[in-house]
Design a protein around this ligand. Sequence first.
Ligand code: NAD
Ligand code: IPM
Ligand code: MN
Length: 348
Amino acid sequence: MLIALFPGDGIGPEIIAQARRVLDALAIDGLTYEEGLVGGAAYKAVGHPLPPETLELAKRADAILFGAVGDPDCDSLERHLRPEQAILGLRKALGLFSNLRPAKVFPELADASALKKEVASAIDLLIVRETNGDVYFGEKGMRKTAEGLREGYDIMSYNEEQVRKIAHQGFQAARARRGKLCSVDKANVLETSQLWRDVMIEVSAEYPDVALSHMYVDNAAMQLVRNPGQFDVIVTGNMFGDILSDQASMCVGSIGMLASATLNDSNQGLYEPIHGSAPDIAGQGKANPLATVLSAAMMLRYSLNMPEQADRIEAAVAKALANGARSPDLGGGMTTVEMGDAVLAALN
Ligand code: NAD
Ligand code: IPM
Ligand code: MN
């Protein structure tokens, strides 16, 4: 089994190093690792955020463990050269369309949530976010209006096949959990969302055991704070899912806690924390590595078919938290490496 490691930028290398230590401690036979350049680090080294060798390694690998990309030095480059194109390019080139972002409160962390403890304690939800379409991948550009004003544009679209594919992911996930699927859209305004809603309803005929509901995205943002315990699985488009998952992270305690898997049709997966490269704390040992450690657990579960090893990591994270492991984002003072130490010490 080959794992491609893409540390990337900012805190990426720091958090990937801790996930690697945890994986090594499991001493799983037959795992090999190859590291690749992505993001600003790749641009600075070879002039492109997703070099051909990196893409080739990604295609060859059984799974990809990704840190984060994004570098303020690169923010004024032409868009196709910006670090973020690495993650977008990998998602597109490998057909990684189904982005699973679970948000569950570790009981020990209910105090870290931005919500009241009794509201936060009830959170156990999964956001299923489509990542191959939407406004992210439509035609975009800058132009001049007839009056000579500068105008930026990004076309938002989904075709029915894209929606159908993610709908099945959502329904299947709901079936395996508590049987509730909430589709989040903006069908009161957007044609893209009207198609989304129509296709969700069509696909629901194949899942009579799953209760489908619909919610507008503005209401969903509000409900996530008011009563997040009402959600089981949320299925939504690329941009709404991006925004709602950052919001969900603060409901459970910290952006440094949320892991993700992005799968394609052959269950090849890319695993990454939902957060970015955090340039404001990079190189200071302040980053919480747990989202990345938990992403490694998702990798073992979904792409490498090693659920017991995934359970071991998740149990070790829970135990480390119960033992008081807290990085600054969780209100503590432990460094990135000390958080890794705490997980290793808790590993059975
Ligand atoms: P961010 O997620 O990097 O950071 C937002 C805030 O959360 C910052 O204050 C940061 O310090 C904090 N934070 C993030 N991860 C943390 C962790 N593990 N531990 C503790 N604190 C953490 O979002 P941003 O600041 O909007 O973006 C920074 C760069 O990251 C941008 O270039 C952006 O494009 C990129 N980005 C990349 C990804 C990705 O690689 N998948 C995701 C989001 C943003
Ligand atoms: C994420 C990030 C990316 C996204 C950016 C960096 C392109 O915010 O993975 O959540 O918007 O998908
Ligand atoms: Mn995001």
